[in-house]
Ligand binder design. Structure first.
Ligand SMILES: [Zn+2]
Length: 345
């Protein structure tokens, strides 16, 4: 009798990952499919040309050329540096503080923005709304199973608020670009550059917004939606651009380059984050519910593309939060004993 391996021997996908199958050598179906897929290179090259053209035609017309969704982590720091130094954009860095941003991340944000000559603003939503949002995201089935193969539910809530807040800011200031630090493991190649289509976007989110409203009331709309009064004034929607997908550095190159402009690795986060103290908790909940890490898909993609080694990826996945840190976060979020016991049943 043959048994399924715990993980693929080429990437890091677990045997519990949805739809996965292994061959007799312990190689997963995702690795085997990728060998037969046409390369993304042509799509990436076209995206790069389009980005250069768009930057040339739109720059210099508004107060800022771009709003950068800037968490202070390594990916967004590298992206911000590229936007300023390589593409010469005037950027406003935008940071969402979910209440769990590492103090070391804030120090990085200050140092990097000063070094690059970038203005920066932080939006810190009230904990009265945000802590219950985190708790509901952790405990209730808000998002579709398809979404949750690549991101934890709590991260998805935070990123939705980041995206909405950055769009609001771009519309208010008529800024033509929104930059984010996503990699091709996190988004598809057709998501590298696209014109923001808020109306379509709002419709596609309505199912989960309704679930969030059921638990949190209509305050949800203040953080996840743009008011009609602003939409009616809008002349043009900005482009969303993910520069990291076309720059395509290895992780080691990224760490090296951002260290030169003063970035220091925070010590109070898990191995999959470089800015957020909550991330390890999000992974813990996801692992309990689904028996695999929400980072496996992205890390496996990066391994296949030669951007990190399998050993580096395994190191990240095994660098989890200590149980007492998880317990402290649950207390801070006001989880009851019953709620803790119910996770992952
Ligand atoms: Zn694999």
């Amino acid at each position: 009798m043959t048994t399924s391996p715990e993980r693929c021997c080429k990437c890091v996908l677990s045997s519990s990952f949805p739809t996965i199958a292994f061959d007799e050598n312990g190689v997963c179906s995702f690795c085997r499919d990728e060998m037969h897929m046409p390369t993304e290179a042509a799509t990436i090259e076209r995206a790069q040309e389009r980005i250069v053209e768009l930057f040339e035609s739109e720059r210099g017309q508004a107060e800022y050329d771009a709003i950068m969704c800037y968490s202070g982590g390594k990916d967004s720091t590298y992206t911000l540096m590229t936007a300023v130094k390589k593409y010469n954009l005037k950027v406003l860095a935008f940071t969402l503080d979910n209440g769990f941003t590492s103090p070391a991340a804030f120090e990085n944000i200050r140092r990097i923005c000063d070094e690059l000559g970038v203005d920066q603003i932080t939006f810190a939503p009230s904990a009265k709304f945000f802590k219950p949002l985190i708790k509901v995201s952790a405990l209730e089935e808000v998002y579709s199973p398809k979404t949750l193969v690549r991101i934890s539910a709590i991260c998805n809530s935070c990123i939705s608020v980041v995206n909405n807040s950055a769009l609001k800011l771009a519309l208010e200031k008529e800024v033509p670009f929104i930059l984010a630090g996503f990699t091709l493991g996190q988004i598809p190649a057709n998501g590298i550059v696209y014109k923001n289509n808020y109306h379509f976007f709002r419709e596609s989110r309505e199912v989960y917004l309704e679930r969030l409203r059921d638990s949190l009331g209509h305050a949800v709309d203040d953080y996840f939606c743009i008011k009609d009064s602003l939409l009616n004034k809008t002349k043009a929607f900005p482009y969303n651009v993910n520069l990291l997908c076309v720059e395509d550095p290895t992780e080691a190159e990224m760490f090296q380059v951002i260290a030169q402009i003063g970035w220091v690795s925070p010590r109070d986060v898990d191995g999959c984050s470089s800015n957020c103290r909550l991330n390890g908790f999000n992974n813990f909940i996801h692992q309990k519910n689904f028996r695999y890490s929400p980072y496996e898909l992205e890390l496996s993609h990066l391994i296949r593309k030669g951007k990190i080694t399998r050993e580096e990826a395994l190191q990240k996945l095994s660098d989890t939060l200590q149980p007492e840190v998880i317990t402290a976060i649950m207390k801070e979020l006001a989880f009851s004993e019953e709620e803790i016991k119910a996770i992952g049943r």
